[in-house]
Design a protein around this ligand. Structure first.
Ligand code: SAH
Length: 248
């Protein structure tokens, strides 16, 4: 069980697999006003940077679940590095349908809402692990402006314009589902650059080290296309944010 290999290559050097800088991740943690001992469940936890740094900085504990074997191993390594391995745990597993045995204070799915079949399904899934009065975190893309064509959506790696909403529409969706939006931290173009442009160096180094790998042609094609595609489309049109929700 694993995710498509291109991600395990292009994001192998990322600690945060999203358009957030360490500063934005820390700002989000502070914004949530967690207390030492609070429990966080993170579906699609990647390399565990959110749980590990929040355990270090805010004293929380929790569980992360991720389908990438590499990212899960990196998460455990990071927990040891930051001295929080006794408080956070990472499972290499499919998080679809995962419900925590004990209800948590914060239930999150940050940049992996397909685990629940989309934003609505992810919120429903997370709500089953949430204690009364707890907070759901959803990290999700949105369109920064109206899209002129379907070609632009494809350039942003979406299947169609309908994949995402404008920011106010996304906010309205949360309200319609019966949730208050109580906090948010948004990516910006500079933090997007850290996520996207860092993949280019990683792919280039991988190609230099693995010229005869059967996957090299695919990585080469991606490295050739990605910088132009990102600057033409994603950087201008795609936003991303993490939204903190509480049931009304
Ligand atoms: N939240 C993390 C990772 C976001 S990237 C961060 O912000 O850094 C999306 C993550 O979802 C990847 O780590 C990928 O391995 C994971 N993923 C994809 N499908 C999954 C599934 N069905 N179950 C669990 N994790 C999944």
């Amino acid at each position: 069980m694993d995710i498509p290999r291109i991600f395990n290559i292009s994001e192998s050097a990322h600690r945060i697999h999203n358009p957030f800088t360490p500063e934005k991740l820390a700002a989000l943690g502070a914004a949530l006003r967690m207390k030492p001992g609070d429990r966080v469940l993170d579906l699609g936890s990647g390399s565990g940077e959110m749980l590990c740094t929040w355990a270090r900085d805010f004293g929380i504990g929790g569980i992360g679940i991720d389908m990438s074997q590499l990212f899960s191993a990196q998460a455990e390594q990071r927990a040891r590095e930051l001295g929080v391995a006794d408080r956070v745990m990472f499972l290499h597993a499919d998080a679809a349908g995962y419900v925590a045995d004990e209800k948590v204070d914060v239930a999150s799915c940050v940049g992996a809402t397909w685990i629940g079949g989309g934003v609505i399904g992810a919120i429903e899934l997370l709500s089953r692990s949430l204690r009364p009065g707890g907070i759901i975190l959803i990290g999700e893309p949105y369109w920064r402006q109206l899209l002129p064509t379907e070609e632009v959506a494809k350039g942003c790696r979406a299947n169609s314009v309908g994949d995402f909403l404008l920011l106010p529409q996304l906010i309205v969706t949360f309200g319609n589902l019966g949730y208050d939006v109580v906090e948010m931290v948004l990516a910006d173009q500079d933090s997007w650059d850290r996520y996207e442009a860092a993949k280019w160096m990683t792919m280039r180094r991988w190609l230099d080290a693995n010229p005869d790998d059967g996957f090299a042609l695919e990585v080469r094609a991606e490295l050739t296309a990605a910088p132009e595609r990102y600057t033409r489309y994603g950087r201008e049109y795609l936003g991303w944010g993490v939204f903190a929700l509480m049931p009304q």
